[in-house]
Design a protein around this ligand. Structure first.
Ligand SMILES: [Zn+2]
Length: 500
């Protein structure tokens, strides 16, 4: 058996003015996907390993990934798609293709309101005709009619924070191989629920997601191939935004799949009021006040504060400054901290470039923030000392800088800030260690992140979420959506809904 593989992954935040382009993507081509892929825990790796174990040959096209950010450049998307389709035609010339299994995100948006995954899969279907076609998706996938028509079987992540990307690839590939080995056709039951869920309300360790994901697993244990809850992506103003229940099965189990999808959808809707933040959360000023109290009065250490409204791993710009401004507005508290406040961090290419040019040990004046998210950020002046520089970090080749910073005129530099040259996010467990920083050594750590990634959660004495302003604002009711279809929960709190 010969299976076409590849795909692209991007979570596109349409509230962020950055246009994600070629420089932001890592693109693996052909054998780079199947041999020593740098994305060894991604669904694409799970697909390749499953095909290999199943004795199937992978026909790799290209696999593109970028960190969540603003929508993708139309010119770059068309170039990428054209190459993927060219590689598909070339694979066809080399021999017959029996099936398709792609690793996609599901919420990649292109300039001009194009939903990339549906567009790509429809074009692939036109080239390849009627063969079994499955995909692995992120839990925050947005499901469009194009995608549903083109694809036979779907598998979505079941964990948030996402730790089962690889396993989701395994599930998508197994479903395809089972269909090919048995000759049984795939069927997917789909139900769309008019609802959006703020990212930080969807943790799967907490209710109601824990039980809902348990119900998905139960359907799979009962013999259906894959049951998924795709939550959509609330920080894209898109007419397709919704929660979608997808239950994939063999055609002969159609009735059970329909029944399972309906039960899941009804339960999801019935429990809509239970989605809530798991961590204590306050507006920025109150979040900082609670953190200072925990550190200075109770001696808790380290206390984490998430700057959740500007979370680059949810596609926000990474340079909003509301929370930083609140830090600077209380200098007496900052100076009382027994260790510097560690702020990780800011995506600020000009500041990073100035620090790189000055070199380690240099002192200089820079501004931080306000390059992109000018609605929620402004350029804040600092006098900094460059403590550490790391060049070419990680698969996206970012430069990292650690600075100790003081606002002009301040006496102390009791603030340590990480600055990145590229928009890579601050949830990476290797980022701070690369800069020689151990988060546990600091009593107060602010991260541009929503729920804490496991690397921080395991060391946090206390986790506080600031519902700060930015392009990943957790308070969906305050976002001025224009394209999202109404009514939709929670924007329209009193609406009623039933599955068709
Ligand atoms: Zn996601």
């Amino acid at each position: 058996m010969r299976i076409l593989t590849g795909g692209f992954s991007h979570e596109s935040n349409s509230l962020n003015p950055i246009i994600t382009g070629e420089d932001d993507f890592v693109v693996l081509r052909g054998g780079e996907i199947t041999e020593n892929s740098p994305f060894s825990r991604h669904s694409s790796a799970g697909i390749i390993e499953t095909l290999r174990k199943g004795g199937a040959e992978a026909a790799p096209t290209l696999q593109a990934r970028a960190v969540p950010n603003g929508v993708v450049s139309a010119a770059f998307y068309q170039k990428l798609k054209a190459e993927l389709l060219d590689r598909t035609r070339e694979a066809l010339r080399q021999g017959p293709i029996d099936g398709v299994c792609l690793a996609l995100h599901g919420s990649m948006k292109v300039q001009g309101d194009l939903c990339a995954e549906g567009d790509l899969c429809r074009s692939l279907r036109e080239i390849l005709g009627p063969l079994p076609f499955t995909v692995a998706l992120d839990m925050h996938a947005t499901i469009t009619a194009d995608l549903l028509r083109a694809v036979d079987g779907f598998a979505g992540y079941k964990t948030a924070p996402h730790v089962d990307s690889f396993e989701t690839g395994v599930l998508a590939a197994r479903m395809l191989l089972k269909s090919l080995e048995t000759g049984k056709k795939l069927y997917t039951a789909a139900l769309s629920i008019p609802m959006m869920v703020a990212g930080e309300k969807s943790e799967t360790a907490a209710e109601p997601m824990a039980s809902l994901m348990g119900a998905c697993k139960k359907l799979e244990q009962e013999g259906l191939l894959a049951a998924s809850l795709l939550l959509g992506f609330p920080w894209a103003d898109c007419e397709h935004n919704a929660v979608t229940v997808l239950v994939s099965a063999f055609e002969e189990d159609r009735a059970a799949a329909d029944r399972g999808a309906r039960n899941l959808a009804e339960t999801f809707w019935r429990r809509r009021g239970e989605f809530s933040f798991r961590t204590e959360h306050y507006p920025s000023r109150d979040a900082l006040a609670a953190a200072y109290k925990a550190v200075l009065e109770k001696g808790e250490h380290p206390v984490f504060v998430s700057d959740s409204g500007d979370n680059p791993t949810a596609g926000a710009a990474g340079d909003a400054t509301e929370l930083l401004e609140e830090v600077l507005a209380a200098p007496a508290q900052l100076e009382r901290l027994p260790t510097p406040l560690l702020y990780s961090g800011f995506y600020d290419a000009p500041a990073a470039a100035a620090c790189l040019k000055a070199g380690e040990g240099a002192e200089l004046a820079i501004t931080l923030g306000g390059n992109w998210d000018t609605l929620n950020g402004k350029k804040i002046p600092f006098n900094v000392k460059v403590e550490k520089i790391v060049r070419d970090f990680g698969p996206y080749h970012a430069d990292l800088v650690l600075v100790s910073a003081a606002p002009p005129g301040a006496r102390h530099r009791n603030l340590l800030i990480t600055v990145t040259s590229k928009h890579i996010g601050f949830g990476d467990e290797e980022l701070l260690p690369a800069l020689g920083v151990k988060a546990e050594d600091y009593c107060l750590v602010v991260v541009k992140l929503g729920y804490l990634e496991p690397c921080f959660r395991t060391i946090a004495a206390r986790a506080i979420m600031a519902t700060s302003r930015g392009c990943s604002n957790e308070v969906l009711e305050s976002i001025p959506y224009q394209k999202v279809r109404r009514p939709i929960y929670p924007l329209d709190k009193d609406m009623e809904w039933k599955p068709d």
